[in-house]
Write a protein that binds this ligand. Sequence first.
Ligand SMILES: C[S@@+](CC[C@H](N)C(=O)[O-])C[C@H]1O[C@@H](n2cnc3c(N)ncnc32)[C@H](O)[C@@H]1O
Length: 217
Amino acid sequence: MSYRTNKAQQDLLNQFLSGHGVQLSEETLDKLYQFADLVVDTKEYGNLISAKDSEKFLSRHIADSLVPFVFLGKTLSTQDDTVRWADMGAGAGCPVFPLAIAMPNVQFYAVEPRHMRVNFMQMVKEKLHLDNLTVVGKRFETSGLTDLDFISCRALSTFENDWERAQAGLKRGGVFVTLKSFNNIAHLENDPKVHIQKYELPEEEQVYALVTRGNNE
Ligand SMILES: C[S@@+](CC[C@H](N)C(=O)[O-])C[C@H]1O[C@@H](n2cnc3c(N)ncnc32)[C@H](O)[C@@H]1O
């Protein structure tokens, strides 16, 4: 069933957003539903998602992808089109496509070395007319991206490895943002350099964490 008509999944996503005080326009929601359909239904770029995850793509993957927007969006000047944000290991586009859809004034880079995934994301970018997103078909370390305001990643490596990889690309005062299962970052709870915001996703039992660390060097 298309996510454009899957009311149960739409309701779970919208309840999650409104529970955090966020309301998206119909146009933005429709683009998110179209993105979900493209990930779930497109077969010619290899296996982009498991069958189990494809049934709850809005309530799990789109909701999770929007967490940085939900928690940081208000502090971001979304009117300022000089803000640059790279996502390392973008895969099939989470979280960077939902973020680019929700924050059209921020310039996003989806960084991913695997060709099939790069081609898929390029196709989606064109189909959804996402002029604020550039697909970069490289490893982050060789992407040449520097002086970024934000660098994010989801399901890439450990916090420590992710931070090390990101730090070189951040400008001074830039922020590293990552989405983790809380269990995997519980050891960071007393680290003063790291900020942790716990959250839950609809119909999921785990506790998740948005982890941020500013670059002061
Ligand atoms: C498990 S997938 C996660 C994809 C997506 N972020 C998600 O949450 O669904 C990790 C991705 O990181 C990519 N990757 C691995 N090392 C990388 C690097 N050094 N720079 C950029 N991407 C990398 C892999 O090719 C893979 O597509």
